[in-house]
Design a protein around this ligand. Structure first.
Ligand code: ZN
Length: 364
């Protein structure tokens, strides 16, 4: 169960600093506070990785920006090499006075950090085959620089990242026009042959439609909002699967101003979005290995035959949707590495195969 008291306490603490500008004095205090919070969670190992920020439009002097990671090691001898990330940024910025202006940043992105800490607590009562990483980035507002540094390092050191769930503004439900939307959260994903972000989003939408029918995971088939950016993108650029969660109704008038306060937020809505993350993480952390290749038999015929590399005694899930549909429309569990249908033509349907709890691999 998500504890709304915890969410509120985190939001109040984070917004008690005048701002959490990555160039200012409070970012180190916030990083220290985060390290202490992570350290209180049983079984977590906390590390801080400084990322050097070069002088730029939003960086007056060269500084090191702290990135705080809390790792909960997986228990499986091989799968524990695979990392599942949940991330958010803990810096904030005032666009009124960039260096000194008030920026409580309760929703942007205190909401993501509150979600991170609460999901961490919730998932720490169990052990998982895969390794869980909670990443709190800074210098997001300087151009995604913290996440860029970590993603680059991950690529250089060959970290096996299965997925990054990035949360940035997930606790506001009323927009500037007074419209309320508290029954859905958006998931943004990039379509690319170098990672499986779109397939992660599509699968999560399918899974949550069953597990949380009262809360829609709204697919937006784009990397992000128009002209905006987030910490999932540097991971995409390095070839990692990474998606962004953001509320449906943004209040632009409160972003990057002193009006981004806890009082303006919707904690019931934030709690639902924590649950979205926790449900997805539970599946990804427990998933058996995915097939490496899914082959579709291209011989002329009315049906479809699939085969994939994997374990003949393991269970897999086959998915299908019409070529015009963004959503998986049907699935079937099978044991072994083959599946055939006489009624579903490969010319009219898209197929994919995944481990029971994992990201499906498109057939081609
Ligand atoms: Zn943000």
């Amino acid at each position: 169960m998500v504890d709304k008291g915890n969410l509120k306490a985190t939001l109040r603490r984070l917004s008690s600093w005048p701002n959490r500008n990555s160039n200012g004095p409070h970012i180190a205090e916030a990083a220290q506070w985060l390290r202490e919070q992570f350290a209180q969670i049983e079984g977590s190992t906390v590390t801080e990785i400084p990322v050097s920020l070069p002088v730029g439009p939003r960086v007056p002097v060269e500084i090191d920006a702290p990135q705080v990671l809390s790792v909960r090691k997986g228990t499986h001898p091989e799968l524990s090499e695979n990392l599942v990330f949940m991330s958010a940024h803990f810096d904030s910025l005032s666009m009124v006075d960039k260096l000194h202006g008030a920026a409580p940043g309760a929703n942007d992105d205190g909401s993501g950090i509150a979600a991170l800490l609460e999901a961490h607590r919730m998932l720490s009562t169990d052990s998982w085959p895969r390794t869980l990483v909670f990443a709190a980035f800074s210098a997001e507002e300087q151009g995604l620089l913290g996440a860029k540094g970590i993603a680059k390092r991950a690529r250089e050191e060959n970290w096996q990242i299965d997925a990054v769930l990035n949360n940035d503004m997930i606790g506001n439900s009323v927009d500037d026009l007074g419209r309320r939307e508290a029954g859905a959260v958006r998931i943004f994903s990039e379509e690319s042959p170098s990672h499986r972000s779109r397939e992660l989003a599509r699968w999560a939408n399918w899974m949550l439609a069953q597990e949380m029918p009262d809360h829609e995971l709204r697919l937006v088939l784009r990397p992000d909002r128009m002209g905006r950016g987030g910490d999932h993108t540097p991971f995409n650029r390095e070839g990692f699967t990474a998606v962004r969660f953001t509320e449906c109704n943004e209040a632009y008038s409160r972003q990057h101003t002193e009006a981004d306060t806890v009082e303006a937020m919707d904690l019931d809505y934030l709690a639902k979005n924590v649950e979205v993350n926790v449900r997805i993480l539970r599946h990804l952390l427990a998933a058996e290995p995915a097939p490496t290749v899914v082959h579709i038999d291209r011989a002329q015929g009315y049906g479809t035959g699939l085969s994939w590399s994997g374990n003949a005694f393991r269970r897999y899930r086959v998915y299908w949707r019409r070529t015009t549909s963004a959503f998986w429309e049907g699935t079937e569990e099978v044991t072994g590495c083959e599946w055939a249908s006489s009624e579903r033509s490969k010319d009219e349907w898209e197929f994919a195969v995944g481990a029971i709890d994992g990201i499906p691999v498109p057939a081609n």
